[in-house]
Design a protein around this ligand. Structure first.
Ligand SMILES: [Zn+2]
Length: 187
């Protein structure tokens, strides 16, 4: 089965966890999926965070996105008890959480009311991700964050399965690999 390693994983169950997944295989061969500003534009659309429009991310947005991602990852690791929280990470997350997100307005044209939505921006997308991160990491759902059991995968997801028994990011990828290994070992 061919797997497009650069495809964005949307298995996290939360925008922030999906965003963290744009860097894969963190502990072995880091796989950067946000390689160009266009990747950030594409991710934002697929994540449904660009509203009705399309953001046009630039090189500075890409750099900011990666920095925010790693700050959120650091705080997630601290929430999971695996590292201590870095003040620098807190600062970055708070900075982005405070950025404005688009608010709709109303206009009258020829006596008729029209809704007007401002063009979405990369900064608003990062604000939405940062706010989701704060919400997740300080709320009850933090208890349900799991890391895929595949030793090299490092993807995080929210385990909302009954009995909290989800082990893999995806049954088709890491789950299937584990099954193959078990089969081989028993032969
Ligand atoms: Zn996995």
């Amino acid at each position: 089965m061919a797997v497009d390693l650069l495809a964005f994983p949307f298995i996290g169950g939360r925008p922030v966890l999906n965003f963290l997944g744009t860097l894969g295989k963190r502990t072995t061969e880091p796989l950067e999926r946000l390689r160009t500003p266009e990747d950030l534009t594409r991710w934002s659309e697929k994540a449904g965070l660009a509203g009705q429009g399309v953001i046009s991310a630039g090189p500075a947005d890409l750099e900011a996105a990666r920095a925010l991602r790693e700050a959120l990852y650091g705080l997630t690791m601290s929430a999971l008890g695996r590292a201590s929280a870095e003040p620098g990470d807190v600062e970055i997350v708070n900075y982005w959480a405070a950025q404005p997100t688009p608010v709709p307005g109303v206009a009258i044209r020829s006596g008729v009311l029209h809704r007007e939505d401002p063009a979405p921006t990369a900064s608003a997308v990062l604000a939405a991700v940062a706010r989701d991160g704060i919400d997740l990491l300080t709320g009850p759902d933090v208890e349900s964050i799991r890391e895929c059991e595949d030793a090299t995968c490092t993807l995080l997801f929210l385990d909302t399965s009954r009995g909290h028994r989800r082990r893999w990011c995806s049954m088709n990828i890491c789950g299937a690999r584990a099954k193959m290994r078990t089969l081989r070992a028993s032969n």
